[in-house]
Design a protein around this ligand. Sequence first.
Ligand code: ZN
Ligand code: ZN
Ligand code: ZN
Length: 350
Amino acid sequence: MWAKGFPHRDINFRGGLGGSTVRLTNEQTGEAIEEMSLEIAYREAFSGAIYRTQDSDGQMVTYHSLSLDVEARQATLQPIPETSTYTVAESRTDTRILQDLVAPKQLKLNLSEEAKEGNAFLRLSWGEVSHSISGYQVLVKEYEQTCLNRKCVNYREALPGRKFCPVCGRRSRRAELTKVVDEVEFEQPYAIRFTTPITQISFDKTVNEYLQKCASGLLKGVESDSAIAGVLRDYPASLLGVHSFGHQILAAFPLVVLGSLNDVNYIVEARNSKDCVGYFYDLSESGNGSAEAIFRHLSKLARAGAALARNCDCQYGCPKCLILSGCPDGNQALLKQMGLLLCDAIASIC
Ligand SMILES: [Zn+2]
Ligand SMILES: [Zn+2]
Ligand SMILES: [Zn+2]
């Protein structure tokens, strides 16, 4: 085919909804900052959002979103000085499985240090993904005197100028605290709904019990007031394992299948506190092959994800191996070691 000008600019290379990526523009220079899927833009570049990213020199830069024009697929952002204030969208993502695309797979897993065998269940289906973003919270991180006694009502409450906690009497400490400064509700929630392939992964009781046992073992090995002990106490082992595993798979995704993290996302749903299910879904209407690639190459992805995490010099997970900017769960309930348990179990199958 032959055409004048630059027709390829108007063709959405990732398929599906035309022009579904949103361009983030610097209000002062008019330059493009980056592009992202509409789903991620709703959650991270809504009007009022504080948005952090790296510039071309690798420096962190902070912006304040002035507007998100959904029709024009454009967000306008103003550069602002580095701040301890940040925003978190009130969002909700739901997946609904409509129909299996191929026969489901059952994967036999060897769980290390146990002679036991567990099972993972993998399903590639046609399904519906819906997101709604109803508003956001403005939060600020600050260093302040506080009580670090977990049993005290003043735990992590600001105690400015106090040497001792007035409730439990313990010496106060300086720690990083998160304070909600404002809550904003949108007049009209942002909503998006599309049908696309979804790869679902779930685990049997043996695997979930294995995760629980490993989490208890990890907890014994760490300082009781450390941040990692807090994570292990606050979240169920199954959630930590299944969520971290999915992030490690996605971290390896661009290396293994040459796809982009703008093409696929991951969400975890709890059937109950001991049984969580992970869903990898394509970010474009009708799909782009990402969830299918994950379904077909899961053990290869698990090997690469485990290698990435192990070779990373962080202790409990960092943006290079675990934290993902588009996580619908706000990067809560993540721990490198817990994800590695499932990556290793899946990597061991051929
Ligand atoms: Zn106290
Ligand atoms: Zn890391
Ligand atoms: Zn996540």
